[in-house]
Design a protein around this ligand. Sequence first.
Ligand code: C2E
Ligand code: CA
Ligand code: CA
Ligand code: CA
Length: 277
Amino acid sequence: RAESALSEARRTGGSSTVHYEDTAGVASQLTAALTAGEFTVVYQPIVDAAEGRVTGAEALVRWIRPGLGPVPPNDFIPDAERSGFIRVLDRWVLRTACQAAASWPRHVATKVTVNVSGQELDQPDYYDQVVAALADSGLPADRLVLEVTESTLDADSAAALDVLRRLRALGIRIAIDDFGTGYSSLSRLHRLPADILKIDRSFVAVLGPTDQEAPVIAAITALARTLGLRTVAEGVEEPHQAALLRRYGCDEIQGWLYGRPGDPELIGAALAGPRTP
Ligand code: C2E
Ligand code: CA
Ligand code: CA
Ligand code: CA
């Protein structure tokens, strides 16, 4: 497996920004990488839990450093967030993903899911940027899902909640990512303008082959039903995990069991071709 310079630096006790030529210039170096075409977007299928039919895909960014190979997002997203570059990157990913999804076969209402950093929602022009990305790509609003993590979303920010409300009014769905891992009180969750809860991989990974019960999954799916939210489980690697999730009424499933993140053409082909078992 390709090890990034940054992971290497971390392992050997180096500073987390050691691979940047100038630690103060993180944003400018990431910007240069974007201009040089070193970022790419891959798509991981999301399937209907009951039938295994592809219903959409999550867009995940990749940084391919020349000579170093792929840098995992977890290695540069924190730097991108600290430096503010995340706003530039997220907008680029949004535009790229909308363009890709607009060309997928339309016989099913497949959605594209895009990650949004919480700090983006506080930007006054974010709503207009999303509207422009839809208009320029021709993607209908009801085929876009925006994912916000529980931990980066400031549920006390009136501006952020207002943007989410306006985006939903367009027909865009809002998903709460990594649900259950961050701090969020039930009263906050109740106030969030959301449509989907994404069940974090950590709750799926612990589901063993002989488990007949899954109390945390039971609780999250029951909560979602009560609040009128759909559920998507991430990190599903084994058939028994999918079976348990299905039993608890989880709506959609994402994970290596159904497909690894890949090129946009793979999603297009999966949608156009016959269903794979
Ligand atoms: P996430 O949003 O929770 O995305 C799911 C992560 O789980 C992805 O990692 C995906 O490749 C991985 N994954 C999916 N299925 C499986 C599975 O069955 N088993 C295992 N072990 N892993 C699985 P990835 O692509 O490395 O992304 C890591 C995180 O980086 C994402 O976590 C997300 O928080 C962030 N990220 C990725 N792309 C973007 C982006 O464009 N913008 C922002 N703001 N964040 C992004
Ligand atoms: Ca996500
Ligand atoms: Ca997630
Ligand atoms: Ca996660």
